[in-house]
Design a binder for this molecule. Structure first.
Ligand code: NAD
Ligand code: TYD
Length: 376
């Protein structure tokens, strides 16, 4: 018995016959990659994807997944009745929460949607999950994994790294709302003993990312020979992680992480935005046969800076490496090239996500409201 308990604590999910995992926000960028990855590495697992399908969600991302192991449910994480029903019906071994409003620039234009989803709806999801967990007699093998961001820590100077003990100091409505959700998850763990884990990851890139974020936006603008809007001086630094590395880290935390703990996840690939944009220009020029006389770098425009723009993010991923044995597998240069190739090969996906709503956002963010700066 003692031995069994010990084994369960290490990896309870692998002991189930066919574990069911509820993934929220699984029709978005990271959720899509996570579901595909988990179904691939864990052939015995089944996934239920609960997603409200906001502008950022696309159920077609997973249309080809075998229905025997995958179910899509359209709904809001803040709908307690729906979530309670789903938990009762599916009896999942884990809930992995990706559902969120996720774009800093949108949070500057319309912060309330971020409070509603990332704070209130997350609290409702926690209520529903904890009540279900209590009613089922606090199953020892249940896990709630909350996927968060390094942006909760605010901005770094030129030195240093975010660790799990760095104080939260969010700058944007997005990061403040994610910080609030992390606090709620930890409160549920400390107050109710709810078996929750939190991960804080750096900037992701890879397939299925909505083209409002830096890397896919730049790829598509370069292809279409549109201007490349670089905020401020372009020297803001992000610590880039290929999305599959993030998915592997999340699977590791789900299986081996200790409830109540937080794990920082990062790629150790710090790059200034302008350097990323230069790399993308060069990768695409090579693929599109544009010579030096037509270099896409000439499309770069320095535009007015993002208000409250964090200067530098960098993760110390020592804890997850030491305690859980995860480390990133993909080098930035190769994975960036693979990402460029994915977007070039998926024109119909790009067309389908760039709807009328997307056009409105581009006009709002890059039109008259973001006048060109005189830095260039
Ligand atoms: P995304 O915007 O691509 O996807 C979010 C998904 O959540 C969408 O499918 C959307 O329809 C869904 N959703 C939104 N509100 C919902 C609600 N109330 N109920 C149910 N579904 C809802 O975001 P992403 O980039 O895939 O990020 C996923 C998570 O990872 C977020 O919590 C984000 O904060 C976190 N994160 C992202 C990054 C990154 O670089 N993208 C880095 C670290 C952490
Ligand atoms: P983004 O992809 O929005 O991620 P985050 O704000 O969560 O880090 O932006 C990454 C960096 O790129 C950030 O420093 C802002 C900058 N950026 C631009 O310079 N131009 C753009 O058009 C966008 C979308 C971002």
């Amino acid at each position: 018995m003692g031995g069994m308990m010990e084994k369960k604590a290490i990896n309870p999910l692998l002991e189930q016959q066919m574990p069911t995992i509820i993934v929220t926000g699984g029709a978005g960028f990271i959720g899509t990659n996570f579901i595909r990855h988990l179904l691939d590495i864990r052939p015995g697992w089944r996934i239920v994807n609960l997603d409200a399908l906001t502008y950022a969600g696309n159920a077609a991302n997973l249309a080809d997944v075998a229905p025997a192991r995958y179910r899509f449910v359209r709904g809001d994480i803040g709908d307690e009745t729906l979530v309670r029903g789903l938990l009762a019906e599916e009896r999942p071994q884990a809930v992995v929460n990706f559902a969120a409003e996720s774009h800093v620039d949108r949070s500057i234009v319309g912060p309330l949607a971020f409070v509603e989803t990332n704070v209130l709806a997350t609290a409702r999801l926690l209520l529903a999950c904890r009540n279900d967990w209590e009613e089922k007699g606090r199953p020892a093998d249940f896990r709630f994994l909350h996927v968060s961001t390094d942006e909760v820590f605010g901005s770094l100077g030129p030195e240093g790294y975010f660790t799990e003990t760095t104080a939260y100091d969010p700058s944007s409505p997005y990061s403040a709302s994610k910080a609030a959700s992390d606090h709620l998850v930890r409160a549920w763990q400390r107050t109710y003993g709810f078996p929750a884990l939190v991960t804080n990851c750096s900037n992701n890139y890879g397939p299925y990312q909505f083209p409002e974020k830096l890397i896919p936006l730049m790829i598509l603008n370069i292809v279409e020979e549109k201007e490349l809007p670089v905020y401020g001086d372009g020297r803001n630094v992000r610590d880039w992680l290929y999305v599959i590395d993030h998915c592997e880290a999340l699977a590791t935390v789900l299986e081996k992480g200790v409830p109540g703990e937080t794990y920082n996840i990062g790629g150790g690939a710090e790059r200034a935005n302008i350097d990323v944009v230069h790399q993308l220009c060069d990768l695409l020029d090579e693929r599109l046969g544009r010579g030096p006389d037509r270099s896409s770098r000439s499309l770069i425009r320095h535009v007015s800076d993002r208000p409250g723009h964090d200067r530098r993010y960098a993760i110390d991923a020592g804890k997850i490496q030491r305690e859980l044995g995860w480390r990133p597998r993909f080098a930035f240069e190769q994975a960036l090239a693979a990402t460029v190739d994915w977007y070039l090969a998926h024109g119909p996906w790009v067309d389908s996500v760039r709807s009328g709503e997307y056009r409105k956002w581009i006009d709002l963010n890059y039109g008259a409201t973001r006048a060109r700066a005189d830095i260039n």
